[in-house]
Design a protein around this ligand. Structure first.
Ligand code: NOJ
Length: 839
């Protein structure tokens, strides 16, 4: 066992923010056996089909569906083996969260962080549907997204932009809407990276150490929402969690995900994140990708033939293998792939029409790209999301919206086309021209990218506005000259980050600092020196330090345009010219100094397993700023509109018929086995004359010698009925967690003179002095004509009101008073009321 079990009990009593050392935090109790899937709401029919399918498979066929065929072995980012006997093709897994990666005629959607900035459930859902439709149209079975890990503990985390921001509630709503949307198109979503992959430095060796309360209240929370939304797959992460690798961590996979959250789908490894055969199988891994992993032995894989060997020696139980395949197939049937699957019509490894089918082996020349156009009318949706994700931070004297200004000067490289074309660098590992996505696997090829300068020039032409454009960042004289002549100077700057398999400008995925790139600060300063109507536009992966811009009196407006995807310029023009009244609210805090967040990326370590202690507990982002009374530049949830809103009449109504919580009890059924495995090892050899494709991973064994008897580990093989955890239950945990205890209403009025959309936010104080001042527990999107009033309603569930009790291993209401607040941001809490809880 690779489990570090010492001091497990001590852990449970640790509370968040206790400043515990790595040693104290670095363990969770191992949890066996691996829970077997059993169906449940939304899954029953899929399980009936999956069991019937798996019952008829041979050992080798079962193994084949659990194991990738190798890196670049076949057409997709990852491919499982197939079942040729019954014409079941290999399953295709494809990146990534902003669209179909490595193909053509696809769309590039706004990144997760921008999608979250809309605070719009309907846009998040529609984005998910459109993304799902594009994957389905390319023949993909499993879409590798969305992302809620990293959550965004540290603002410099390289992959934060892929996800929906550091608040678990917002993140949870966003991930659920995305999954429901994507899976409705008939593809399986794989939510990733589970869990605590919070930085890119040392991602394959670092141990993220934390306590049980923080796990539940922060990092696990959005995964619970993903499971509740019916996600078909979860991708386990590269890092270790309390010193055990994510993909062989029985605590996070068996206990939390499959037992407590009742996850019924399958766990797939991140690419190369599997490091063992038996331990990963028993800890709850169901599929390994890309299959060839880091195992250098005779099978070229931790599974494949090696899994077959371990099935034959009975080191792994049949019910566990059956469960892996049933979970995979249940996800397949749940989203309707049995009726919706079409041929895989592209290759990830070439854009040419003809090429190698088996890329790694360089064999099988054929037509691999049919160039299927899956874009439909998604451009319009992307434009709308990009606009509604744009956050207006400052707007002095109604500088915006622009109304046919006499002249505009557009200044800065971030407004321009990349001279090498939008896809000029592989995986977007460069920062040339306007920034509309980060770098790494969360990229897709742009079909086109509307640069802000292009869209602004078009608008200027239509308005008869004199237009000038300064394309570089470093000729400050040219910038000043253009700016001083213009009635409005619009200056652009950006900050990038990405996946830590490579470095950009010295940033190994994670950002080295939180300042603007390519001299952006100096450029803005120069422009603002000469033009009192300077509008600043920032494209960035997360917060940058902008207090000097905020307080500069010549900066009349600031917009954060996030990572808007292919319609960047058009979305921005819609906001600048008031076609869209800004509704974006920042999904993270903008501090004044990098030290304001109280955490830091571990940039240097000589340890084999660098230790990153999450000693701040649940106090990340605004929760930390609030506790430490640090004034940010812009707080979580903040954003201006071209109109104003007033808040009145908070009413909290107890839902008496629902307000109960009963810890779950009882037992699961015992594990079943489906079909009989042929234990004659000779029959696991490749058939006579079988010609292997080089570098391809197969389920066959290498020699027919019967395996020696082995000692098995009883807990991992135990297939008897298992206790249901108090917080456990099907698909998301104990259903009582989601019972609505209070409906909170408030009246919102548009008190300005243009129509606009407000994002009223509900926060809760859990009352205890050791808890965050407030936490987000609701939001709505309400569009109002001038003078109009609407009542918004928030459902407050038991989970929202309670805290994780590590000792009881359950969600409990603490003895402290609970107060609800409704307001326009985490620091603009306009209405409040203490809740009267039922006794
Ligand atoms: C590693 C990344 O962490 C993951 O997000 C991605 O899906 C795989 N590589 C496949 O590209």
């Amino acid at each position: 066992m690779r489990i570090h079990a010492a001091a497990a009990a001590a852990l449970l009593s640790l509370s968040a923010g206790s400043g515990a050392s790595a040693q104290e935090l670095a363990t969770f109790e191992p949890s066996f056996p691996s829970p077997w899937g059993g169906g449940g709401p939304g899954w029953d029919e899929a399980y009936v089909k999956a069991r019937a399918f798996v019952r008829n498979l041979t050992l080798l066929e079962k193994v084949n569906l659990t194991t990738g065929t190798g890196n670049q072995a076949d057409l997709c980012t990852g491919n499982t083996g197939s079942v040729p006997r019954i014409g079941f093709r290999s399953l295709c897994l494809q990146d990534g969260p902003v669209g179909v990666r490595y193909t053509d005629l696809n769309s590039v959607f706004p990144a997760g962080i921008s999608a979250a900035a809309t605070w719009s459930r309907s846009l998040l859902r529609r984005r998910g549907e459109a993304i799902g439709a594009e994957f389905a149209g390319k023949g993909v079975d499993i879409h590798l997204g969305p992302v809620v890990g990293p959550l965004g503990r540290d603002p410099a985390g390289g992959r934060n932009f892929e996800a929906f921001g550091p608040d678990p509630y917002l993140s949870g709503v966003a991930v659920a809407e995305t999954i429901i949307g994507a899976q409705s198109a008939g593809v399986v979503a794989s939510v990733k990276h589970y869990v605590l992959n919070e930085q890119e430095h040392f991602r394959g060796s670092i141990s993220s150490n934390l306590d049980d309360k923080t796990m539940h209240e922060l990092y696990l929370w959005p995964f619970a929402d993903a499971v509740r939304a019916g996600v078909g797959s979860v991708m386990c992460s590269y890092n270790k969690i309390n010193n055990t690798y994510g993909c062989e961590n029985s605590y996070v996979l068996n206990k939390l995900l499959k037992n407590e959250l009742g996850f019924q789908g399958f766990v797939v490894s991140d690419w190369g994140a599997q490091h063992s055969t038996i331990d990963s199988a028993n800890a709850g891994l169901d599929m390994t990708m890309p299959g060839d992993g880091d195992y250098g032995g005779a099978y070229g894989s931790w599974w494949g033939g090696l899994l077959t060997e371990n099935m034959l020696s009975q080191a792994i139980s049949q019910w566990r293998l059956d469960d892996m395949v049933i979970r995979i197939m249940a996800a397949f049937y749940k989203v309707g792939r049995d009726t919706k699957q079409i041929d895989i019509n592209y290759s990830s490894w070439t854009l040419e029409t003809e090429g190698y089918r088996y890329w790694a082996a360089k064999t099988g020349n054929q037509i691999v790209n049919q160039h299927v156009d899956v874009q439909a009318d998604h451009g319009a949706l992307i434009r709308e999301i990009g606009a509604k994700a744009t956050v207006l931070f400052k707007n002095v004297g109604k500088a915006l919206p622009l109304v046919k200004p006499e002249s505009i000067a557009v200044i800065g490289e971030d407004a321009q086309d990349n001279p090498d074309g939008p896809n000029g660098c592989v995986d977007r590992i460069c920062n040339n021209g306007t920034l509309a996505m980060g770098w790494g696997s969360a990229t897709a090829e742009y079909p086109y990218l509307i640069a802000p300068a292009t869209a602004l020039e078009k608008q200027a032409e239509a308005d008869g506005t004199v237009f000038t454009n300064v394309k570089g960042n470093f000729d400050l004289d040219a910038a000043r000259a253009a700016a001083s002549e213009a009635s409005v100077a619009i200056v652009f700057a950006n900050a990038n980050s990405g996946e830590g398999y490579t470095t950009l400008d010295g940033n190994f995925g994670d950002r080295n600092n939180l300042t603007l790139w390519k001299g952006g600060d100096e450029l803005i300063q120069a422009v603002a020196e000469v033009n009192p109507n300077t509008v600043v536009v920032i494209h960035s992966v997360g917060p940058v330090l902008i207090d000097h811009i905020k307080t500069n009196p010549n900066v009349s407006a600031i917009l954060w345009a996030g990572l808007p995807g292919q319609e960047s310029g058009n979305s921005l023009v819609d906001v600048l010219y008031g076609v869209v009244n800004p509704q974006g609210r920042t999904p993270f805090t903008w501090g004044k100094n990098a030290s304001d967040w109280g955490v830091s990326i571990l940039f240097n370590s000589s340890e084999a397993t660098p230790q990153q202690d999450f000693a701040e507990g649940v106090f990340i982002d605004y929760r930390y700023f609030d506790r430490e009374e640090i004034e940010p530049s812009f707080e979580f949830g903040f954003g201006l509109s071209y109109t104003n809103f007033t808040y009145e009449n908070l009413v909290a109504t107890l839902q008496e018929d629902q307000a109960t919580y009963t810890p779950a009890s009882g037992e699961t059924p015992a594990a079943q086995m489906y079909g009989f495995l042929d234990m004659d090892k000779a029959n696991a050899m490749p058939p006579e004359g079988f010609e292997k494709i080089p570098k391809f991973i197969y389920p066959y064994v290498n020699d027919p010698t019967p395996p020696p008897p082995i000692d098995i580990d009883p807990p991992t093989h135990n297939r008897s009925a298992q206790p249901i955890l108090p917080a456990g239950g099907p698909s998301g945990g104990n259903p009582d967690l989601y019972k609505i205890w209070f409906v909170v209403t408030a009246d919102i009025t548009n008190s300005g003179d243009v129509a606009g959309t407000e994002i009223p936010q509900l926060y809760i104080s859990h009352g205890a002095p050791t808890e965050p001042k407030v936490v987000l527990r609701g939001f709505d999107e309400v569009t109002l004509e001038p003078g109009e009033t609407k009542t918004v309603a928030f459902n407050v569930a038991y989970r929202d009101l309670s805290n994780w009790d590590a000792e009881a291993q359950d969600w409990k209401l603490t003895e402290y008073p609970k107060t609800v607040y409704v307001g326009a941001s985490s620091r603009d809490l306009r209405l409040q009321q203490e809740l009267t809880l039922p006794s």
